[in-house]
Design a protein around this ligand. Structure first.
Ligand code: SF4
Length: 323
């Protein structure tokens, strides 16, 4: 059956100016996102994974229109949204909500939980106070809290509970797409699995599509249908989860996967130790962005940027070894 594309990024790039000349002009640009393209299908969890600074969170913010790309297109539910105004974005934002990494920082400390959860309803609907209260109480139950929590303030909750409030707030207006940016990385390990299970349960219940952003390949393995691996602002590999974990093609993906601790001795592979630092995104290397650390680099790698190419159905890789 043909799957419906809900979100599509086409050659999206974003730079940020840094430093200033005497005339006030930027002296350098950080190349945060480079020529990124991918599709996200309705009802799936599409994860973006990579080390800190690889551009995954910037990609999430570009999708959510918190940032505007320098070039490229972002299509959501059949509409190109990358350069529309905030006014035009308002009704669309109802269908696209975000869960942030820092649950404490993303909740206004002066608002009660009930106010925090009902705020999107005030912005996007004309529901009565009674209708809103009903939705808030229902959502509190769904995320594992209760109506007695409604009148409390964020500081009265643990990190895991705050993230549950953030999730409830994201779901208030029945979105189709939820962008979850490192939603469990600030939580205790014991709480992480609970929040992941909650996200999974809500996906089935609300028919949600997730863009899940994480640096942690063990977490991504638990929740994803398909995965994009990013390095220095580029997508270097995209594949369905099983394919990526079983037959990674890009040397960077191989190195990331080899670093995951395995309990079962049969699953252990030899760890690939990458040498060298991740280059600065304000001074990226020529050719393949990974060539300065790649154990398989050859002559062409420092000269030409490899293009993302489909090697088998659904499995894309940007590496000269497969061009
Ligand atoms: Fe390594 Fe070359 Fe492939 Fe880049 S293109 S990942 S440097 S082999």
């Amino acid at each position: 059956m043909e799957k419906n594309v809900i979100l599509s990024l086409k050659n999206v790039s974003k730079t940020f100016p840094v430093g200033k000349s005497l005339l006030g002009r930027p002296t350098k640009f950080v190349h945060a996102v480079n020529d990124v393209s991918f599709d996200v299908y309705e009802g799936e969890t599409f994860s973006i994974v990579g080390e800190s600074g690889c551009g995954k969170s910037t990609t999430g913010r570009l999708i959510n229109h918190l940032l505007i790309p320098d070039s490229g297109e972002i299509w959501f539910q059949g509409k190109e949204i990358s350069h529309i105004s905030q006014d035009e974005m308002r009704p669309i934002r109802k269908d696209m909500q975000m869960i942030f990494q820092d649950p404490a920082g993303s909740l206004n400390p002066r608002m009660r939980v009930s106010e925090l959860i009902e705020e999107p309803l005030l912005i996007h609907t004309d529901m009565s106070a009674e209708e809103r209260a009903k939705i808030v109480n229902n959502l509190l139950k769904i995320v594992g809290l209760s109506d007695k929590h409604a009148s409390r303030y964020p500081h009265e909750f643990s990190g895991g509970q705050k993230q549950r409030i953030g999730i409830a707030r994201a779901l208030t207006v029945n979105p189709h797409l939820v962008i979850a940016d490192e939603p469990i990385s600030a939580l205790d390990v014991s709480i992480q699995a609970q929040v992941l299970n909650l996200l999974h349960k809500l996906q089935e219940e609300y028919k949600l599509t997730y863009v899940f952003i994480s640096h942690d390949l063990s977490v991504v393995e638990m929740i994803s249908d398909r995965i994009a691996v990013m390095y220095l602002g580029f997508v270097v590999e995209t594949a369905p989860k099983e394919m990526l974990y079983k037959t990674p093609l890009h040397p960077y993906t191989e190195a990331l996967l080899s670093a995951i601790p395995q309990v079962d001795a049969d699953d252990r592979t030899e760890r690939i130790h990458l040498t060298g630092e991740v280059p600065s995104p304000s001074d990226p290397p020529s050719g393949c962005p990974f060539h300065t650390r790649c154990p398989k680099a050859c002559d062409i790698c420092s000269k030409e940027i490899p293009q993302l190419k489909e090697i088998e159905k659904g499995h894309f890789v940007a590496c000269h070894l497969y061009q």
